[in-house]
Design a protein around this ligand. Structure first.
Ligand code: 6PG
Length: 250
């Protein structure tokens, strides 16, 4: 099931998405005693993390039952300016004083991206007590999207898009820069819920392509996100939704 929620402005988009994250978390904790939340990198989610760590959202979640994971990471140390972990540490982990045992970061500083990917796959296997061939089911995965349609660190025409056995893989951005580690499509598509958080006019055409475009040619990575039994929501501001046919704030 796919829902597109268009907010009239950025502030409303962030509050709606933050409220939804807390609602899913509360439900997950009540059902299973824990909330397994996968976080996104990039600049868009910073405000969401800031809101989660402040009232009234902070008080609504039993944070000691929240386990944080990352959808992707750059191959840099955790205190590096480009680290997705560092972003969350600044906005969420430090303000809330989250216990180390609840933090499951991708160790981008390891000697190779392949080693970091393998180590994270072991971490997921241990945490979810997976048997061979099992795929973890996260309660919620937060994703962003680049103007090129990449999500997590799955980029157009990336060989990582063909990875259907591994849970985690090493990859690289088509825009250069440091190498990366990312959850693979099977892992993302096995989530109970996936929320995209996308804002800005520079992504409007790609949003239209992902939500309304023809499927001719190679699909964009964001078009390959289809949680089979799960729910998928797109939290958009008006600018990002501005190319959708008949869009209006809802
Ligand atoms: C990353 C993210 C990436 C991000 C998009 C959008 O590590 O950079 O996982 O997929 O969500 O690039 O980034 P912005 O939010 O900065 O536009």
């Amino acid at each position: 099931m796919r829902n597109v929620l268009v907010s009239s402005d950025l502030n409303e988009m962030y509050h709606r998405c933050t409220d939804a994250v807390v609602s899913v978390g509360t439900q997950s904790i009540s059902t299973s005693g824990r909330f397994t939340l996968v976080l996104s990198g990039g600049s868009t989610p910073r405000k969401l993390y800031e809101l989660l760590a402040a009232g009234p959202y902070r008080e609504r979640l039993s944070w000691n039952r929240v386990h944080l994971f990352w959808g992707d990471e750059r191959c840099v140390p955790p205190d590096h300016a480009e680290s997705n972990f560092r972003l969350v540490q600044e906005e969420l982990i430090n303000p809330l004083g989250l216990p180390q045992g609840n933090l499951h970061r991708i160790k981008g500083e390891l000697e190779s991206p392949e080693k970091a990917a393998a180590e994270y796959e072991e971490e997921l296997t241990d945490f979810f007590r997976l048997q061979a061939g099992d795929v973890p089911t996260f309660d919620l995965i937060l994703l962003g999207m680049g103007p090129d349609g990449h999500t997590a660190s799955l980029f157009p025409s990336d060989s990582a898009l063909q990875e259907h056995k591994r849970l985690v893989t090493a990859t690289r951005s088509i825009h250069g820069g440091v190498r990366r580690v990312t959850l693979t499509l099977p892992t993302i598509n096995h989530a109970r819920q996936v929320f995209f958080l996308i804002s800005g006019p520079d992504k409007a055409e790609t949003v239209r392509e992902v939500l309304e475009g023809s499927r001719q040619g190679a699909p964009l990575p964001a078009q390959l996100i289809e949680p089979g039994d799960g729910e998928m929501r797109f939290y958009l501001d008006q600018a990002a939704a501005s190319r959708l046919s008949g869009y209006k704030p809802n």
